[in-house]
Design a protein around this ligand. Structure first.
Ligand SMILES: CC(C)(COP(=O)(O)OP(=O)(O)OC[C@H]1O[C@@H](n2cnc3c(N)ncnc32)[C@H](O)[C@@H]1OP(=O)(O)O)[C@@H](O)C(=O)NCCC(=O)NCCS
Length: 140
């Protein structure tokens, strides 16, 4: 479902950690001017998994800014469900950036057949590279 509540998005990102560049104000402002949209999966009323992104129109692409599952329910297939829904029928192509050290996310993207498009060497503060990846949704 679409998520438009800045409180829920901010609290979820705080819980997950690692998304410090998203302040409450930046989330609120970006939702208001529609440069940020979010899709979420709830289980028993609890926000379980979320994808934050921007639409790139008219190419009908989406740039994923953040993608995370609640720390207590990881490796139970929730992101696989949400990403599958997100990658089918909504957009022609998804693009994102991921740390070369983020093995969980890399495995997930490989499973979905994301392709590596480029590298930004030593991009993150921990010295890891940023891998630019994309998924052609029309291949499904
Ligand atoms: C990456 C993340 C979103 C995966 O969410 P999840 O709901 O736990 O993932 P799923 O259970 O749907 O797993 C899907 C696939 O991802 C890969 N994966 C997920 N967690 C993994 C782990 N700990 N180790 C290795 N592979 C993993 C596997 O390929 C897995 O498929 P499998 O279980 O059939 O082997 C989650 O670990 C997370 O929120 N991490 C912190 C935020 C983050 O790093 N986001 C990515 C930023 S680009």
């Amino acid at each position: 479902m679409d998520l438009r509540d800045p409180d829920q998005i901010f609290q979820f990102l705080q819980l997950v950690g690692g998304f410090a560049s998203w302040s409450y104000k930046s989330i609120e402002d970006s939702l208001r001017n529609e440069s940020l949209k979010a899709k979420a999966l709830f289980r028993d009323g609890i926000l379980t998994a979320m994808i934050g992104y921007a639409e790139i129109l008219p190419q009908k692409e989406a740039e994923i800014f953040f993608l995370a599952t609640h720390p207590e329910v990881r490796r139970q297939g929730f992101m696989k469900i949400l990403l599958k829904i997100f990658s089918q029928g909504l957009y022609n192509r998804l693009i994102l950036e991921v740390s070369s050290k983020n093995q969980s996310a890399l495995r997930l993207y490989e499973e979905f057949d994301f392709k590596k498009e480029g590298v930004r060497p030593k991009y993150y503060p921990d010295g890891s590279d940023a891998l630019l990846m994309s998924l052609n949704c029309l291949d499904f």
